[in-house]
Design a protein around this ligand. Structure first.
Ligand code: FAD
Length: 577
């Protein structure tokens, strides 16, 4: 039974106002065909935290509606390193984050092993690094209860042969790699299976308040600009770097610092485990395996707007030169892509951005006069479950629900929705096909076959989402190999036309959107082989297919032509060669 003492809880049903016209994309349309939707909680933001909260609440018997202005993991959850932190990175100056990471790592290994590559990690110092820090490191770890085992130089080099010959110290730690896309897709899939709802491409644009409560939330479909509203009992702001903006819409002031970080993806996997530079956190000091590739980064640059970020050439140069001090081949290896994400750091008014705690902040707005509103921000991917638990505890208590959190022990189910993000799964499945069965490979870099594309398209359609290239790419490895979509994009489109999922000119727009996204990530790493690849992509798609690729440039009102970008970045490649 739900208590109704709080004036914010006077209604039990949460009525969604119907949109005026029926031109909203399929998912929204199907959703709104239902006259009323039973939901207790509106969650804003479809990253690891928002999807984690949806699952946590659903396991307590509380259904929710999650709205996301982009697609799942459009924010930092899709733009991070994928490191399941042992906590050792934070031992010197952020013991709380260190302990949280260690404890959550243990829980996630038990409950979501399919999302984790339990590859282990090493902290490595090279000549010139601060030997005092090296000497104190094990003591710092012990203080936070984190295990760090000294490794001889010989054993370290044997385990990771690409390490620098200037290695002076190494410690083994319990780091791992986690697939953030699989994690969020599985969390929301489980929440939906338990009765919750998801609306992507739907942005919260305004709140209506009455008597210390949010009574109505206005949503806008970002494609059609249709507005509609929902009357929730409880509202959770899990909008990550955008949480300050969302709070401001509700009249609550939260000062967020935006710290952008950039990461580079190598063509192949460079190390068995995670390699951390043994020094206080700095630029480009972590290399994380991402299945068949490695991810090198990151940086920490203050930006003014989380919507206006992109990797820069200067960051790329910094990351490569710093990373190469630890692993010299990082200077010459082929990079296939760069990407950036924004960390929301809750302002404490002093120190540089790396000194701000990476722990999370849960704001109970009841304390400042909004009884049915809470904001959860900051933290780490590694601690998303704990963030979700604390938020769900608060909101469940407000709703009079006393069921305890179950995500500490309840396994996260593996579903069709998250399965295809795993590197290497598509070729494995393809190899197992019955002898004689035709199943053409559409993406040669990642070995994605027709049957995989069909399975992904079916799952998207079942969820009311368009089976387009971007949606398929987000849920698989499509376009993530060295060709960055040059060949697979057209093959997948042709397959979609052949089996009747596409008709008319829509394919050209899909191609543009997909390749533009890939292009954005390649621009800062145009040198050597990847520049040659990019020129081939341009020749094929602009020259042969006459498809004018454009890249949205946040600093310029007019989009630039690909050929302009190429001319500019060729100079960068000349410098590097
Ligand atoms: C460069 C970088 C590297 C990192 N590396 C690691 C790592 O290796 N390990 C680790 O543990 N952590 C790492 N992190 C931290 C981790 O990525 C974040 O803590 C985590 O992903 C935050 O998830 P979130 O769901 O809170 O926020 P987000 O993932 O940012 O989700 C917020 C969502 O809200 C949506 N949204 C915003 N406004 C609205 C609105 N008005 N209406 C509807 N939706 C809205 C956004 O589109 C976004 O999808 C890294 C972060 C960065 C930036």
């Amino acid at each position: 039974m739900l208590k109704t003492e709080n004036p914010c809880q006077k209604t039990k049903k949460h009525v969604l106002k119907k949109p005026e016209a029926s031109v909203i994309i399929l998912s929204t349309l199907i959703f709104f065909m239902e006259a009323t939707v039973e939901t207790d909680v509106l969650i804003i933001g479809g990253g690891a935290t928002g999807t984690g909260i949806a699952r946590d609440l659903a396991l307590r018997g509380i259904t929710s509606l999650l709205v996301e202005k982009g697609d799942i993991n459009a924010g930092a959850s899709g733009g991070n390193h994928g490191l399941l932190h042992s906590g050792a990175r934070y031992v010197a100056n952020d013991g709380e984050s260190a302990r949280e990471c260690m404890e959550e790592g243990k829980i996630l290994r038990q409950t979501a092993p399919h999302c984790i590559d339990d590859c282990g990690g090493m902290f490595a110092a090279v000549q010139g690094d601060d030997e005092n820090y090296v000497g104190e490191f094990q003591g710092f770890c012990a203080r936070s209860g984190i295990s760090a085992t000294p490794i001889s130089i010989e054993t370290a080099m044997e385990a990771e042969p690409l390490l620098s010959k200037k290695l002076i110290a190494a410690f083994g730690v319990r780091d791992g790699a986690i697939d953030p896309f699989m994690l969020s897709l599985e969390n929301i899939a489980h929440a939906k299976a338990l009765g919750s709802k998801l609306l992507c491409h739907t942005e919260v644009v305004a709140f209506e308040k009455d008597n210390h409560c949010i009574t109505r939330v206005w949503l806008e479909n970002i494609h059609t600009h249709q507005r509609f509203s929902v009357d929730p009992r409880q509202v959770i702001n899990a909008a990550g770097a955008w949480s300050g903006k969302v709070d401001a819409l509700a009249g609550a002031a939260t000062e967020i610092i935006y710290s952008m970080g950039t990461l580079l993806v190598t063509q192949s996997r460079m190390t068995e485990g995670v390699i951390n530079r043994l020094r206080p956190p700095s630029n480009a000091d972590i290399l994380v395996p991402g299945g068949t590739v490695s991810i090198l980064g990151t940086t920490s640059i203050r930006v003014n707007d989380p919507d206006r970020i992109r990797p820069t050439v200067a960051e790329t140069d910094l990351i490569v030169s710093q990373g190469a001090q630890m692993i010299p081949t990082l200077e010459t290896t082929r990079y296939i892509r760069a990407y950036s994400g924004v960390r929301p750091l809750v302002s404490q008014g002093k120190g540089d951005d790396r000194s701000v705690s990476r722990s999370f902040v849960l704001l109970d707005h009841q304390e400042t006069g909004l009884d049915n509103f809470a904001t959860i921000t900051g933290g780490k991917l590694t601690t998303f479950r704990l963030m979700a638990e604390k938020t769900a505890d608060l909101v469940a208590a407000r709703l009079g629900n006393t069921t305890p959190c179950k995500t500490r022990t309840e396994p996260l189910p593996s579903t069709q929705e998250g399965k295809w993000t795993e590197p290497g799964i598509a070729p494995r499945v393809w190899m197992q096909k019955p002898a004689g069965k035709k199943d053409r490979i559409l993406c040669e870099c990642e070995m994605i076959a027709e049957s995989t594309v069909d399975a992904l398209a079916d799952a998207l359609e079942k969820n009311g989402q368009a089976p387009d290239l971007l949606n398929i790419g987000k849920r698989s490895r499509l376009g993530k190999g060295p060709c960055q979509g040059a060949f697979c994009s057209t093959r997948v489109l042709a397959h979609m036309y052949n089996n009747g999922r596409l008709s008319g000119p829509d394919g050209a727009n899909e191609l543009k959107a997909f390749l533009s996204e890939r292009w954005k990530g390649q621009k800062p790493i145009f040198w050597g082989d990847q520049l040659v690849q990019a020129e081939l992509t341009e020749a094929m798609h602009c020259g042969l297919f006459d498809l004018e690729l454009t890249t949205p440039d946040p600093d310029k009102p007019e989009p630039k032509k690909v050929s302009d970008s190429l001319a500019k970045t060729t100079r960068q490649s000349e410098r590097r060669n």
